[in-house]
Design a protein around this ligand. Structure first.
Ligand code: SF4
Length: 353
């Protein structure tokens, strides 16, 4: 059973700010040793998103890493979709716009998978669907890591926390493709009107429109599915089993960074601004739950299980259903697969204060 430390949103006040809570909780989960080069893995938010992790939280962790004798850098990876984090140049510009710069953080911001998202280390993970996975090299080569995850909903996994940050956010483009490739969509020819709006949403050129009907080239498609929202006619259809099959791969892929940095990762989940969509969306919809607080652990599966239970408790208390209702997806599936490969345990002891 793994320990998960919890500081509640309700307890926040002038003598107990979020900063105080982070300072209090950090030593309980920090793996940082004197002289460690420490990756601080965050999601700096897509351009237009306004509910990503507050920079001051990351700055606080950066200062704590320095106090512990570590050499911190702030990091994230490039994405598969057409947006403002597709390559390292765009990613760092977006991070700066959203408040994450060397000057504001007191540590360099580094794109972990290189300029074009292909700089990685291959790890054998021995999963049922993924034998190996490619982890972004700046994360793979760090001595230790603090992963700060903004908890929120997600259209593919139902929920995004630490396991998703490991099994997607720490991978290069090839790794992300391996997780997504079970989600290549089909076109419903009867619904497609040939408007071509979907074309600009696929950075891989996988969609073409011929004789007023779209089609998807399965060789070029990465299964990232951001094209779905581009079609006003709901003509782009994901495979029915995509949420389960993607969660299986997501859970297995989480083992990659865990295997590379055994006992060297501390996790902080920031459970505020619980938007239905992830921070890769270029907008922020209203939250589906009230704020919950901060959890921290050395176990990525336990911290996500505890965070989900806490959100569900909050939603039940306010008669707002549960996380499964947000996308009609059971997010526990990806935690089960992560546990199965040994990334962590769903059994936890919640230590409140
Ligand atoms: S956006 Fe939808 S309707 Fe328009 S071409 Fe693409 S699939 Fe067809």
């Amino acid at each position: 059973m793994s320990e998960v430390f919890f500081r509640a949103a309700e307890d926040i006040g002038p003598e107990n700010t979020q900063i105080d809570q982070i300072i209090d909780i950090f030593p309980k989960i920090s793996p940082v040793k004197q002289g460690d080069i420490v990756a601080i893995k965050i999601h700096p938010g897509e351009l237009g998103n306004t509910t990503y992790m507050r920079p001051v939280i990351v700055k606080t962790v950066t200062d704590l890493v320095k106090e512990a004798g570590g050499i911190p850098f702030i990091t994230d990876t490039t994405v598969l979709y057409s947006g403002k984090r597709f390559n390292a140049a765009d990613l760092l510009c977006t991070a700066a716009t959203n408040g994450f710069t060397h000057a504001s953080m007191g540590a360099p911001i580094i794109c972990a998978d290189g300029l074009l998202g292909d700089d990685s280390v291959t790890v054998e993970i021995g999963g049922e669907t993924l034998e190996r996975i490619t982890v972004a090299s700046a994360i793979a080569n760090a001595d230790s890591m603090i992963m700060i995850s903004h908890c929120k909903g997600h259209p593919a996994s139902g929920f995004g926390g630490a396991v998703k940050n490991l099994g997607m956010g720490c991978l290069d483009k090839a790794g992300k493709t391996a997780v997504h490739e079970v989600a290549r969509p089909e076109i419903d020819i009867d619904k497609c009107v040939g408007c071509k709006k979907c074309l600009k949403y696929c950075p891989w050129g996988a969609i073409t429109v011929d004789r007023e009907k779209a089609s998807v080239d399965k060789e070029l498609c990465r299964g990232e599915l951001s094209c779905l929202g581009s079609c006003a006619y709901q003509a782009i259809i994901p495979p029915e089993d995509a949420p389960v099959r993607m969660q299986e791969r997501l859970g297995e892929a989480a083992m990659g960074p865990v295997k590379l940095l055994p006992e060297k990762i501390g996790y902080i989940n920031w459970i505020f601004d619980l938007t239905p969509g992830c921070d890769c969306f270029n907008f922020s919809a209203p939250a589906f739950s009230a704020d919950v607080g901060i959890t921290a652990s050395r176990d990525p599966v336990a911290i996500d299980m505890a965070s989900l239970d806490l959100i569900n408790e909050k939603m039940r208390n306010t008669k707002r259903g549960c996380v499964n209702d947000v996308w009609g997806i059971d997010p526990v599936i990806h935690l089960q697969y992560a546990q199965k490969l040994g990334a962590g345990s769903m059994d936890y002891e919640l230590i409140r204060r």
